[in-house]
Design a protein around this ligand. Sequence first.
Ligand SMILES: [Zn+2]
Length: 319
Amino acid sequence: MKIGNQLKIKKKAIYFFAGMVTIFVITILGIQYYNDYKYRQTHEFKLLEKGYTKEETTILLEKIKEEKIIELLNQEKKDYLISIITEKYYLEKNLDQYIEFYEKNKNKGMYDIIAMVNVHANQEWYETTTEADTTKENLILVNKYYQLKNDYTPENLTLVSNWYCYGKNQITKEAYDSFLNMYQKAEEQNIKLIINSSYRDYQSQEATYNNLKNSYGLKRADNQAARPGHSEHETGLAIDIFSPGNTTTTNFKDSEAYQWLKEHAHEYGFIERYPEGKEYLTGYNFESWHWRYVGIDIANKIQEEQITFDEYYAYYLEQ
Ligand SMILES: [Zn+2]
């Protein structure tokens, strides 16, 4: 072979090699550019660009639906967003309401923001009402948001023996059986529980409320009694308890019986329904005497989590 030909072949090989390297480099750059372009389209990139940290972005993408993320991307960064969605009782369906309520109440803690929206206490009491879900049986929620119909009558109402109460009283059979167990246990420890009030029908609640309203006006009536359909006593699951020597709404809280109930009532399925300090969630002043039957499992859970029944219902039961 001539030297000239050998050189030609070498040259060709070099060109070929150079060509291959160029194609390779272009391909790599192209892939990199494409990947980069694709990443820039992701919600992750856009959230980071908005100023959310890597950690916050991960939480947002994990906890919020895509359509909501898109909405958030069209808004200013919200510094408090993460503290909303990492609250224990955060419900995604309420996100817009949490944001709106927080914007108007920045002095409130985030626990309260979440709890108030969940139990519909972010609006005035009775501003909106809806029908109570009576299929929930022992877990029916009746408050200043959930209302019973005027013809609702609980099933299995049972007359309470005069031994255990003042006047005529009725509660559901299951609540009564549980009360009897509780009564017995309390009595063994020299605590005497007396039922002072229990089931009331719509009509008697209406009469009580209207009397107050006619005598003292709407505000005082609302303060002292539930509007008809809104009293838990209409469920047949609520009892007002007194004990000898502590038979008024002002002094029952100082009784041994009240302390005993606080420690043990949940073991029999009863919960303190309107606890002190939770008025802004229940809509009711502290009522040491008012106990509600929900069944043992749920009462234990409510006791353990130290929440109101309204909060329990909103988080675990409401659709
Ligand atoms: Zn009561």
